[in-house]
Design a protein around this ligand. Structure first.
Ligand code: TXE
Length: 513
């Protein structure tokens, strides 16, 4: 028995040898003819399971199931109070199973298990609770200004949604898609990343255990080019929500265009983290480390371009590099670990390629810059800091999505804002200052969907979240989700005997009215 098998056995967790999709409330049967992908533990490179790939026939079947389930109304016509109760029960179950979910997610994504159990898994439960609360208070609109008429505006669920979840924070992000979609009565077909299918399947089981009718969420598994492409181009999908890379989003959008399916995209970022000379220095150092090394750098909101004002630059660089070198990198199952491996081997190679290119392009390596092979066969990268003189380097323009950061020195405030905006992305921005005027200028001048002042990564679920430019289309958020996942309907009722033109009557006294 391997260490991982022992770990799972100790906790009575059953990981099937072949992971299949989940359609109509049950696991899809194993098909010996279907393609299989291996799923690995990024901490050691050990294979933990196989994933059975759903082809176009299997995807069509899942979409039909979601459609039938939508049409039968068990969920789409359920009273709001029932949907709230299911979400709340599921949130409780997720909290109760946090350790197990964290372990499952750690084994596929390689994220530190302790961080998953304390932060990301509870966040999945919070997302469900939040949407349960929201649907309990949302209301339609009524207009009475038009004399003799009352116009009411109501919403109904859009239908069947295709949800594409990424691998970098599987449960935290998939739960947001699921909660935003199901809260309003839709059904869905969810495609987790082929690298991280396990915890998401467990969460779907918990939702069904909480009372979600079978067929409301259906899960298909497989690669993007087979399973993902089949789902994105399905003619029977009413909405597509995708979280992933910008280049994949282009394929998804092209597929959606054939059916004119509305899309919601949460994509990448290359966000600036501006440290002004009047900042609280220690908090700026602490926050900047969290901004780039959380989730082992595999996070769309990473503050991957640090811009620091000249008078404090030398001190900041020294403090930041010292702390970076002290980060605990290693086994994601070890509670002490702060930075885990990259989620899968090709991504690990991609991050190393970015590092090699940065060196070639003349960025100055301050620390890291290499794979950590001394940690074994896991996909580890040493936390890496480069100093740069130009924002035009690939390192400052491409999303590395790993523990790699650039530091650039600026003189004037305006220079920092223009460097921040010199990017095809516009997801988030950070600034550290004690000046109200500077923080206001930052808010006005930086083009990004979320801006943080003197704090890393705090998120209020009531506020919209999403990106400018290539960072996305649309916003997460309660009102924004209602707009995307429902169809709005205006009903105009005559509340008086308002005159109606009498067409076709011989004594038509209303003619011409
Ligand atoms: O994700 P992909 P990748 C960024 C990050 C990363 C880059 C590429 O910079 O390095 O994207 O990551 C499915 N039709 N982010 O390539 O491919 C795929 O199976 C339909 C940012 O690993 O975008 C998976 O389920 N679907 C980010 C999902 O798309 C397709 C999170 C996302 O995978 C498909 C992840 C196709 N043709 C990566 N091809 C964030 N915003 O947080 C792939 N997929």
């Amino acid at each position: 028995m391997t260490e991982i098998q022992q770990l799972l056995a100790d906790r009575e967790i059953i990981l099937p040898e072949v992971i299949t999709g989940h359609v109509g409330g049950t696991a899809v049967a194993i098909d010996p003819q279907a393609n299989r992908h291996a799923v690995y533990f990024p901490g050691t490179g050990e294979r933990i399971a196989f994933l059975q790939e759903d082809n176009i026939t299997a995807v069509t079947n899942a979409v039909h199931c979601a459609r039938n389930s939508f049409d039968n109304g068990d969920w789409s016509s359920a009273p709001t109070s029932s949907r709230q109760a299911v979400f709340r029960r599921a949130a409780t179950l997720i909290r109760e199973h946090a350790e197990e979910l964290a372990l499952m997610e750690c084994l596929c994504a390689g994220l530190p298990a302790s961080h998953l159990a304390s932060r990301q898994i509870p966040r999945a439960a919070d997302n469900l609770d939040f949407f349960a609360d929201y649907i309990g208070v949302m209301a339609g609109e009524t207009f009475e200004q038009l004399a003799g008429y009352q116009t009411s505006v109501t919403r109904q669920p859009a239908g069947v949604a295709a949800l594409f979840a990424p691998w970098n924070a599987p449960l935290a992000l998939a739960s947001m898609q699921i909660a935003s979609c199901l809260a309003f009565g839709n059904t869905c077909v969810l495609k987790p990343s082929e690298f991280t299918p396990v915890s998401v399947l467990k969460m779907v089981n918990l939702l069904e255990q909480a009372g979600l009718p079978p067929g409301t969420i259906n899960v298909v598994n497989g690669s993007g080019t087979v399973t993902g492409a089949a789902l994105a181009s399905s003619p029977d999908i009413n909405r597509i929500a995708f979280t992933g890379g910008s280049s994949t989003a282009r394929h998804v959008m092209a597929a959606a265009a054939n059916q004119l399916t509305p899309v919601h995209f949460e994509l990448g970022g290359k966000s600036a983290n501006i440290i002004f000379d009047d900042a609280d220095f220690d908090r700026a150092v602490d926050g900047s480390l969290v901004n780039i090394f959380s989730n082992s750098g595999q996070i769309c909101i990473a503050g991957s371009r640090i811009l620091v004002q000249r008078s404090i630059a030398a001190r900041f660089v020294a403090a930041f590099v010292e702390r970076t070198q002290a980060l605990k990198v290693g086994d994601p199952l070890d509670p002490a670990t702060e930075v885990g491996p990259m989620a899968f081997k090709t991504h690990w190679q991609r991050v190393l390629d970015h590092i090699a290119k940065a060196k070639l392009e003349g960025a100055t390596l301050l620390c890291g810059g290499e794979p950590l092979t001394k940690l074994g066969d896991g996909y580890f990268v040493a936390p890496t800091v480069f100093q740069v003189n130009s924002n035009r380097l690939s390192l400052c323009q491409e999303e590395v999505f790993g523990p790699v950061v650039s530091i650039q020195i600026f003189d004037e405030d305006e220079e920092a804002f223009s460097l921040a905006n010199d990017s095809r992305f516009g997801l988030v921005g950070y600034c550290w200052t004690n000046s109200l005027a500077r923080s206001q200028a930052f808010r006005q001048k930086v083009d990004a969907g979320t801006l943080w002042v003197n704090t890393p990564l705090a998120r209020d679920l009531r506020a919209p979240f999403g990106g400018f430019k290539e960072s996305g289309i649309g916003r997460d958020g309660p009102r924004q989700a209602a707009e995307f996942f429902t169809e709005e309907k205006a009903t105009i009722t005559a509340i008086d005997k308002v005159p109606i033109r009498k067409m076709g009557e011989t004594t038509n006294t209303d003619a011409g009215k």
